[in-house]
Design a protein around this ligand. Structure first.
Ligand code: F6P
Length: 324
């Protein structure tokens, strides 16, 4: 049931309950909630705008939507104005952005400002995903740490309602935005992934290029003696992950012949969702290694991703992969 606890009240309580969480972390979370209100304002009228394409491509070669750029600018402006950041890594920026800040505690935030934005034209849920680390005062190129060192991770889903879900390693909390009062209210306390999974989410057109083991795993979901899982896939990571987190299930985006490293990004997609999933009682892997233990090689590194109920993630895990 929705409480009347605002995100501000929750964050004040969080700081007194867990004094080890730096005050800056709660401020950062608050500022992300502020940015997400502004991004939401743009998303809800996106259908009225004829111009969706910005005419540019990002570092992954994907077509950038105008809303991707708006969301990116909004996050960078708000986070830098509040001075808690020294460095920002975004899907829409080729390199790390350095922020002029007087903070004594430097942080780096990685984000995908608008995940799933190819779905904007058809009114499907999209999201913002973020991940925060402590960092040395002077950023060195590729001073990247495994996801296990995240201090804060979360996402905002812009769907039939807007929700912000986050973890600092003390459970997973979800807030639903009430536009009539302009507040995020605590709606999901201590989220845990249900023990009995319901769904598997994968782009089924990849089936021919999956390994034999992955194909068998997928086949087993359809014929399981405990009752087959249902297939659900929208092609917007935040939406597919969010459904499986609340209802139980697994999301899979393996490596393929076309995308040998997988498609999803380690720093601003896989790591933050893996931190949330583990905190909710699930797990995440790249098929052979826990996502949170991977040493990142670059800001925009990609990874195969299997995430959700541990039993289903483990079913995909294999030490030796058969050839495609
Ligand atoms: O970030 C990339 C993304 O848009 C994810 O949100 C989504 O899960 C995936 O790509 C969909 O990829 P595909 O269209 O290949 O299924």
């Amino acid at each position: 049931m929705t409480s009347f606890k605002t995100i501000e009240q929750h964050l004040i309580e969080l700081s007194s309950q867990y004094p080890q969480i730096p005050g800056n972390i709660t401020n950062i979370l608050y500022n992300i909630s502020l940015a997400s209100k502004m991004i939401r304002k743009e998303i809800i009228v996106a259908g009225l705008q004829s111009q969706h394409e910005s005419g540019t491509t990002n570092v992954h070669g994907e077509h950038v939507k105008t809303l991707d750029l708006t969301a990116n600018k909004c996050l960078i402006d708000i986070l830098s104005a509040h001075g808690q950041f020294s460095y920002i890594g975004s899907e829409e920026e080729d390199e790390i952005v350095t922020i002029e800040s007087e903070t004594k505690e430097p942080y780096v935030i990685f984000f995908d400002p608008l995940d799933g934005s190819s779905n904007i034209d058809v009114n499907v849920s999209v999201g913002t995903i973020f991940s925060v680390y402590k960092t040395p005062e002077k950023w060195k190129t590729n001073d990247l740490h495994p996801g296990s060192e995240q201090l804060l991770a979360g996402y905002v889903i812009y769907g039939s309602s807007v929700m912000l879900v986050y973890t600092t390693g003390n459970g997973v909390f979800g807030f639903t935005y009430d536009p009539s009062i302009g507040e995020f209210l605590l709606s999901h306390e201590n989220i845990t992934i249900p023990d009995t999974p319901k769904y598997y989410s994968i782009n089924e057109s990849l089936y021919p290029s999956l390994s034999a083991h992955e194909q068998q795993t997928l086949d087993s979901f359809k014929t399981s003696e405990q009752g087959p899982l249902s297939s659900r896939y929208v092609g917007s990571l935040v939406a597919d992950f969010h459904r499986n987190l609340l209802k139980g299930g697994v999301f899979a985006y393996p490596s393929t012949a076309k995308s040998t490293e997988g498609k999803l990004r380690l720093m601003y997609e896989a790591n933050p969702l893996a931190f949330i999933c583990e905190q909710a009682g699930g797990s995440a892997s790249n098929g052979s290694q826990n996502i949170l233990e991977i040493q990142p090689q670059s800001i925009h590194a990609k990874t195969p991703l299997f995430i959700g109920n541990s039993s289903l993630v483990n079913a995909f895990n294999k030490t030796t992969k058969t050839s495609k």
